[in-house]
Design a protein around this ligand. Structure first.
Ligand code: GAL
Length: 815
């Protein structure tokens, strides 16, 4: 045992030596990357008497402010929703004060040695119309709030002293269809390089041929030589798998003083494929060597995988058929607003994985760069989308105002940033673009598709079309490689018949609306139903005019094998667009999510899970607290074929899946049940009647205590990671009180802080940053964030008249 261990250590040491060889041999004078997170000063609008507030970045200035129905009230005709006259929409963009100007400043110190360097500032995104200044000198502007961008600071720097960095932002009213967030809401960093360096996003890695025994890797590297003369350099490319160097190659080149693109080909033996189940990633370390000095080291990542899109048989990953079980995601994080947080996204994606989702469409704009990185690491396919609007406005001050000057730059920025990711399978050039209706609309589509082909010939262009007649007649569907259809399950067959060469998928599906824990009887399809309490049915049969239930899309996907799969609108609820209650106040967040705004799964989660995942699901709804004698419906979302329902021990009958009836294909249903309090039990049965599983709902008594469930109880002590604590109001037996709306108080001590609170109620105007929150249908969420010191975060939850609860999270310095 001991000898084995020593041998293992020796091997590890030896491989480390091998992998570090080149880097140690020479003097390493590499690039420096400094994240700018702390000690930013912020001011909202330029009222001179206002104090500057110290904030950390990522920062969303609006999320902590009160809701106000006057913010960005939009009297607009939303053609996409079938409207023909203007309607006043409150809450369309979240009713939080994201409109206006935001000013940020920060002091940056550069040393004497920095004078030898080229110094850049990189923004993963800033909302919006960013203008950057250093020492009062204009550095640059990037208006599209979702794009990542870089400016060079070198000419404006004063060395050996403090420099004043200023970032001015402005969000205009009528510029969005959802909550865009406000501020420097993604990461910012300073990068210092030597005068010879790899450009930002300067490697493009493709895998032209992959077999079981060999993977060919092509690496194009963009190098800059900013010295006064041509330079002889060595470019070393090394490929690593799990920290082992698996391939390396060196090229000697003379760099002139222009942009230099250097192409190299490497081979990896027995490549480990990237797939949904085995998301294997390879690292490329690019070293630039001048004489005996490494002047730059640049890290990139790629994976070995093949993608194939077919017109008849759907999509293939690594030669195997795979249906997209996808969700669309907007960029906000509910109670955290648009402020990016990596661990919150990880939390979200884990939940989606648990549901069986295998794909993400980043709607309708470039995501944070870490989202596609998480997709790489966790095994999701990814559609990167650039635009929701081109030249023809959907909103007066929307992207149409930028189209002419910025469309190419924004698309190229997205593609250069993300094109090495194996999870990324398509570039979406637009969503429900109004040019669909324009006889010249195909021109813009072709312009963008040409950019896609130029910048990344390995992936197709796509777009989400809602207006199928226009998109087909005006040639837009032909101007993308893969037409995506928004809400057209009933048309798949006809599209395929008329255009057998098209490769297609449901780019946006369902748009079912529901509020967690709100049930309306009888459970039946309801189109654009306005209910007096401003909630939608958790039986998942409410949908707006253009939309459908999940079941309809499931059926269409099953019937039409050639369809590559679907992207449900949406995985998570988001801020803004409170359809169908767009004109009603107070509503300010969506009802579309499979998971609510606070991160709590709605019933729909289990419907998708039962259809998408391999795991067995037996999920009973509704809750069991009704009026005695009331007629209720009971559904069971399950992938068992057959089940029997019992009320207080008495059988209410067996139901079996019936593929000939839409709603009996994916659910088991009992209608017209006369409610009696007590115990409702569903028992899954096999063909012979043997019991396979059971699930029970009990009638809850009055609220007595609080329960707390953590998504994890250890986090990194880095001042950034978050933990989700879900609080449930329960009776004396521990049964969830399904209508409880008790006000819960949060007290946080130790090495952390309360970062946000939420309850998933789209009609709630309570603050996301308060130390209290009402439960919505028995539950609410507190999001805790670690400090930079290791220790414990202690959360105490309490509520008048209820037993309080205390829970501890460990924060660790080494994670
Ligand atoms: C689509 C649109 C989405 C969202 C959705 C709601 O038409 O692309 O952004 O508005 O409808 O159903």
């Amino acid at each position: 045992m001991r000898t084995n261990y020593l041998f293992y250590l020796l091997i590890v040491f030896w491989s480390l030596m091998l992998s570090c060889q080149k880097i140690e041999k020479v003097n390493n004078n590499n690039r420096e990357i400094i994240r700018l997170t702390d000690q930013w000063e912020f001011q909202y609008n330029d009222t001179l008497d206002q104090q500057w507030e110290t904030v950390t970045v990522p920062h969303d200035w609006a999320i902590s402010m009160p809701f106000d129905q006057e913010v960005d009230k939009q009297a607009v005709i939303v053609l996409e929703d079938g409207e023909r006259v203007p309607k006043v929409r409150t809450g369309r963009t979240g009713a939080l004060p994201h409109i206006g100007k935001g000013f940020y400043k920060k002091s940056l110190y550069f040393t004497q040695e920095d004078q030898q360097k080229k110094i850049f500032i990189q923004f993963d995104g800033a909302m919006s119309h960013a203008k950057v200044y250093l020492n009062k000198q204009y550095v640059g502007t990037w208006p599209y709030g979702y794009s990542s961008f870089e400016f060079e600071l070198t000419p404006h720097i004063q060395f050996n002293q403090d420099n004043l960095l200023e970032v001015h932002l402005e969000n205009k009213s009528l510029s969005s269809r959802w909550y865009p967030g406000a501020g420097i809401y993604r990461e910012v960093r300073i990068v210092k390089t030597n005068p010879i360096y790899v450009k930002n996003w300067g490697t493009y890695i493709t895998t032209p041929q992959i077999t079981a025994s060999k993977g060919n890797v092509n690496i194009k590297t963009s190098l800059q030589n900013r010295t006064a003369q041509n330079q002889n350099i060595e470019l070393i490319q090394s490929i690593f798998f799990k920290n082992q160097r698996v391939s390396t190659s060196t090229k000697s080149i003379k760099l002139d003083q222009n942009d230099n693109e250097i192409e190299m080909n490497l081979v990896v033996d027995t490549p480990q494929w990237w797939s949904i189940e085995t998301p294997n990633l390879y690292k490329v370390i690019t070293e630039v060597v001048v004489g005996d000095e490494i002047v730059d080291i640049y890290e990139s990542q790629f994976g070995f995988r093949t993608i194939e899109f077919t017109n008849n048989d759907g999509f293939f990953l690594n030669g195997k058929p795979l249906k997209f079980k996808g969700v669309c995601l907007h960029h906000d994080l509910g109670p955290l607003g648009a402020a990016h947080n990596l661990s919150a996204w990880k939390h979200r994606l884990l939940k989606l994985k648990e549901m069986g989702a295998n794909a993400i469409r980043s709607t309708h704009n470039p995501s944070d760069p870490s989202l596609v990185q998480l997709a790489d690491e966790m095994g999701f396919l990814f559609i990167a989308e650039a635009f929701d609007e081109w030249e023809i406005p959907k909103t007066e001050n929307g992207y149409n105002t930028l189209w002419h000057d910025w469309a190419e730059k924004d698309l190229v920025a997205l593609m250069h940033r993300d094109r090495n990711h194996p999870s990324l399978i398509m570039w979406s050039i637009g969503n429900e673009i109004r040019e669909q209706n324009d006889p010249n609309g195909a021109k813009n589509a072709q312009f963008l598709t040409d950019i896609v082909h130029r910048e990344d010939p390995t992936r197709p262009s796509t777009a989400g079309f809602n207006n199928f007649k226009g998109a087909i007649k005006n040639g837009l569907a032909d101007a993308v490689d893969i037409p995506g259809w928004n809400y057209k399950p009933q048309k798949y067959e006809a599209f395929h018949k008329d255009h057998p060469e098209w490769k297609m998928y449901g780019s946006e599906t369902a748009s079912t609306v529901s509020s967690r824990g709100e049930y309306f009887f009888p459970a039946k399809e309801a189109k654009h139903k306005i209910r007096p309490n401003l909630h939608s049915n958790s039986f998942d049969m409410d949908f707006p005019n253009w939309a459908q239930t999940p079941d309809r899309e499931f059926k269409a996907q099953e019937k039409n094998d050639f369809i590559m799969g679907e992207f449900v609108w949406t995985g998570y609820d988001y801020l803004g667009e409170p359809t169908p209650y767009n004109e009603q106040w107070p509503t300010k967040s969506s009802y579309f999510g499979i998971i609510d705004l606070a991160g709590i799964p709605k019933d729909r989660f289990y419907l998708y899970k039962s259809h998408w995942s391999e795991e067995k699901v037996l999920h009973l709804l509704p809750h069991w607290n009704w009026k005695e004698g009331q007629t209720v419906s009971v559904h069971c979302y399950t992938n068992y074929d057959k089940a029997e329902l019992f009320l207080n021990g008495k059988s209410l009958g067996i139901r079996t899946k019936d593929a000939s009836q839409l709603y009996d294909s994916y659910r088991l249903r009992w209608d017209d049940i006369v409610y009696q309090k007590g115990e409702l039990k569903v028992v899954a049965l096999d063909k012979k009647g043997n019991i396979l599983a059971e699930e029970v709902k009990y009638t809850a008594g009055s609220p007595v205590a609080l329960q707390v469930e953590l998504d994890r109880n250890q986090v990194a002590a880095n001042g950034e990671e978050v933990v989700y604590a879900t609080i449930s109001v329960v009776d004396k037996e521990g049964v969830l009180c399904p209508r409880a709306n008790n006000l819960i108080h949060f007290e946080v001590k130790g090495e952390g802080q309360l970062r946000g609170v939420g309850n998933g109620d789209p009609t709630s105007l309570e603050s996301f940053v308060d130390h209290k929150r009402k439960a919505f249908n028995g539950k609410c969420v507190a999001i805790l964030q670690s400090s930079k010191d290791a220790g414990n975060i202690i959360l105490k939850v309490s509520s008048d008249g209820l037993e309080s609860k205390e829970i501890t999270v460990n924060t660790l310095s080494l994670m």
